[in-house]
Design a protein around this ligand. Sequence first.
Ligand code: NAD
Ligand code: DAU
Length: 347
Amino acid sequence: MNILITGGAGFIGSHVVRRFVTNYPDYHIYNLDALTYAGNLENLRDIEDYPNYTFLKGDILDAPFLNQIFEKYKFDGVIHLAAESHVDRSITDPLSFVRTNIIGTVNLLNISRDFWKEKKDNKRFYHISTDEVYGSLGADGMFTEETPYDPNSPYSASKASSDHFVRAYGETYGLPYVITNCSNNYGPNHFPEKLIPLFVNNIIENKPLPVYGDGKYTRDWLFVKDHAAAIDLVFHKGKNRETYNIGGFNEWQNIELVKLLCRLMDEKLNRPAGTSEKLITYVRDRPGHDLRYAIDASKINRELGWKPSVTFEQGLELTIDWYLENQEWLDHVTSGDYQEYYEKMYK
Ligand code: NAD
Ligand code: DAU
């Protein structure tokens, strides 16, 4: 099989690429990535010389380029992760989310539809989406696959739109697809604009930890390698035209998570207990901030047998260790444009 993975130089994509390249030597994995600020080939140094791996630098907005690579490599499957992924950036620049997340996805759908027109058997368009399309929960309840879409941020609106397009191509053109909607991921290679890696980096550098609003917002956290394992399973065993929710049954209020992180970091850095907590600073809230996400992942568990393999404490410790051992990676990604972004966002 020739498989196209888009966004494979990003956080989740790099874990998916590694898993497929190492677990399936008979497949050839093509990683298509535009290398935006979030894409980083350092994430894949360990597998870049594998004979069944090829990196293709390109933009999913570039339809002629997509056409060329489909023609050349005759992909059997697409696992689509390329996206603008940060909610705060979508608030300052919604149009780049419309371009990549909606138009880019429709480009890929068009090409897949055209190339797979004659023979759809064993073809699969796998769209990676988010739980944010379901909007915000109150104190109770969980998102199931039947929860109506109700996105609140430009990011989640663009992802919801792309999900609708994927389903529409299934209905209209018979495109074989599968969609998963996952909760918040964390783990190695996470770009330090998102809560956990940003706070790990700031604790190392003794910088303030900017908690939005009252810190009572709740997210459902999943270790990134468990997400990659779920993607592997759904790609191979998921039913055509189905949606599966993926999540860790692991809800944390932001402030409680930050306190746990501070405690673990103090231990790892041999600082007196309570040192990092003093860095917590409450800052202006994110506009349209969703109160709570919680994924009901019972369908994927029941039908495909997937469940997370690590507890949150284990995953968080693995993550912190990775950042402490990969200071060079952090230094590289936090140089240059990152400083400008940080100043604009937090000062
Ligand atoms: P990321 O921002 O770390 O990586 C995105 C990757 O896409 C980068 O490598 C970037 O260079 C590439 N890219 C961006 N625009 C592109 C374009 N126009 N053409 C080609 N490549 C482009 O994102 P992530 O956190 O790894 O998320 C990956 C996917 O998973 C996204 O679709 C996101 O919506 C979804 N998702 C993320 C989470 C999460 O917690 N991070 C949870 C659920 C779903
Ligand atoms: O739920 C899945 C989604 O999770 C993915 O689709 C997105 O791509 C991913 O970015 C993530 O979105 P969130 O907005 O939930 O993640 P983020 O890490 O940006 O924020 C997590 C929570 O922490 C949220 O309530 C906002 C808060 N926060 C975040 C930052 C960056 C802060 O309090 N301070 C911060 O500086």
